[in-house]
Design a protein around this ligand. Structure first.
Ligand SMILES: Nc1ncnc2c1ncn2[C@@H]1O[C@H](COP(=O)(O)OP(=O)(O)O)[C@@H](O)[C@H]1O
Ligand SMILES: [Mg+2]
Length: 223
């Protein structure tokens, strides 16, 4: 079962609470399938001096990587870093498949997709952009990783919908334009044709939690 939605839609909070509720009925785990670069940047940023410099460097890179489609692929070092983050995501994804094989129900916080590059839980590197031969190869390998992951269809996808003002109020350190982009992209993703349930996540948290629990029960999860 996957929780998707813009930052601030409540994915991580719900994943935590759902696991502790569901785990009483049947073995349940949650898995974060995002990239965590925002959090990584913030964590690195908490280190004195070096941290501040590294964070500025990383967030500059991240912003550039998210820029318009006319852009070129990044250099080898940045491309390798992005590829490495994707490999880390792949490891967590495989762990999810492993849990399923052992009869554990899993709630994922985000879900990989292979439709849109540059953030939104898709490949970091755009497969349509030009770059050095090596980086272009990395980009196509990375895309193949995402094609492999996103071919797995979740039992149900819960799409948590919020408006940009609500998202910003809950995540004050995020940029409005990035949140707006995410809000626009999430509804276009099809998650391997999974059954997608839209949930209004601007409502009070208790109501959202109850709604999601009811959806999970309808889809055969022990909730
Ligand atoms: N329905 C809700 N109503 C009010 N606040 C909420 C709601 N859902 C989540 N929050 C709060 O918003 C913040 C961001 O939630 P979080 O779970 O981190 O979102 P996400 O993981 O989707 O980015 C947290 O402080 C959380 O407690
Ligand atoms: Mg989160």
């Amino acid at each position: 079962m996957a929780l998707v939605g813009c930052d601030g839609s409540g994915k991580s909070t719900l994943a935590r609470d759902l696991v502790s509720l569901l785990d009483r009925q049947a073995p349940t785990k949650s898995m974060y399938l995002g990239l965590g670069t925002g959090d990584l940047g913030r964590r690195i940023g908490e280190l004195p001096l070096i941290g501040a410099l590294a964070e500025r460097y990383l967030s500059g890179k991240a912003r550039k990587a998210h820029d318009g489609p006319a852009k070129r692929l990044p250099g080898l070092v940045t491309a390798l870093a992005m590829y490495g983050l994707s490999l880390a995501r792949l490891r967590r994804f495989r762990k999810v498949l492993d849990y399923r094989r052992h009869g554990v129900q899993v709630i994922t916080d985000r879900y990989p997709q292979a439709e849109v590059s540059g953030s939104f839980d898709g490949p970091g590197l755009s497969w349509t952009r030009k770059g050095s031969a090596l980086v272009e190869r990395l980009a196509s390998r990375e895309r193949a990783l995402y094609a492999g992951m996103s071919a797995w269809r979740p039992t149900v996808v819960i799409r948590l919908n919020v408006d940009v003002d609500t998202a910003l109020a809950r995540k004050s350190d995020h940029q409005r334009d990035m949140l707006e982009k995410k809000i626009a992209v999430v509804p276009t993703l099809d998650f391997a044709g999974a059954y997608i349930v839209d949930v209004d996540a601007t409502r009070p948290y208790r109501e959202v939690l109850e709604t999601v629990l009811a959806v999970l029960r309808r889809h055969g999860l022990n909730a």
